[in-house]
Write a protein that binds this ligand. Sequence first.
Ligand code: WQD
Length: 374
Amino acid sequence: MPEQRTALKNVLVTGGAGYIGSHVIYALQKTRRYKVISIDNNHNSLPAALDRVSRLSKSELPEDATELDIASTVIDSHKCDLTQPAQIKSVFEKYGKGGIWGVIHIAAYKAVGESTEVPLTYYANNVGATISLLQIMSDYDCHRIVYSSSATVYGTPPIIPIPETTRLQADSPYGKTKVMAETIIDDLCHADQRWRAISLRYFNPAGAHPSGLIGEDPRGRPGNLLPLLAHMAVGRVKDATLRVFGNDYPTPDGTCVRDYLHIMDLASGHLLALDALASDSKVFDGLDAHFKAYNLGKGKGMSVLQIVEAMRKATGFNYKYEIIGRRRGDVPDLTADPSLAEKELGFKASQDLETMCRDLWNWQTKNPLGYGDI
Ligand code: WQD
């Protein structure tokens, strides 16, 4: 007998129109258990992404879709600057006290190098805004949050692969904002047992939904390696030569190693975390506060040159590269120990690098100008 649902749970996603947010919203809608509310300042995203997500979810509805199933494909989207508490409050006011079941807080500025140039902007947007959000959540009786953290909280980790017990020692203002936000949420959970929070420490998300309808669409020239390689192959970036930031690291080929995971695997990790915030979950057993952090990674490190080779195979583009100096803020190796999330959340990043590159290229060739060419 299929589960008889009486209503959908309202879940608010901050940064919902972004690369990660849009894929997380798609995953939420696929369960047909949640009604998604998205807030975004569109600093690094376009509202069109959410139209695509809804279109994708609607296309996957079963023949006998119920009213609730159809309602689960509609996104309430609000433009909102999280550094303005009044704007957050006006969104929560629309749903009333207790109207929002939980929040997935993804919105943040995330460029490591940029954060060293404009630290105050990063502290205001990533820390100040998180404090405002938590305060208003509490005012509206919403005490469940999945927080988007990052492997950068580990700085240069003492051991590889990295377990969650590793000391947090971020090297950049960006990474420090993530450590601070985790600490604030942890303290809040210690102060008020109504709070249930899970922090997800992302390693390197990559790829796109296999339909090619949604994907990563950074504004301007991509700073990250994989979208840059895709833009080079599709001709959106005219450089034929990739600048590799250093090959004198203590790694097998001298270039930095990162733990890339498919964006759809990352999105599924958010669903598992959200489910774990339900009252009957065991993840907080034995803890003096309902706060826990998990790595989301594959546990397999790939170097810059290995990524270039994988994208050469996926795109057929003949990448040339030159080795230049190290990039400020880079660390030699960020490879996850993913065993805690696997054990306690049932998380498994199953998709391989070839699939990540194939899905990234499929998105890029179908949308050479990203969402801008709607
Ligand atoms: C990967 C490797 C570069 C561009 C990301 C996110 C950040 C945080 C951590 C979310 C590095 C090298 C890159 C280029 C290069 N994630 N590279 N030439 O640095 O791991 O950061 O993960 O919280 O927000 O951005 O990813 O893709 O920028 O770099 O040689 O033109 O590729 O040095 O070693 P990174 P990346």
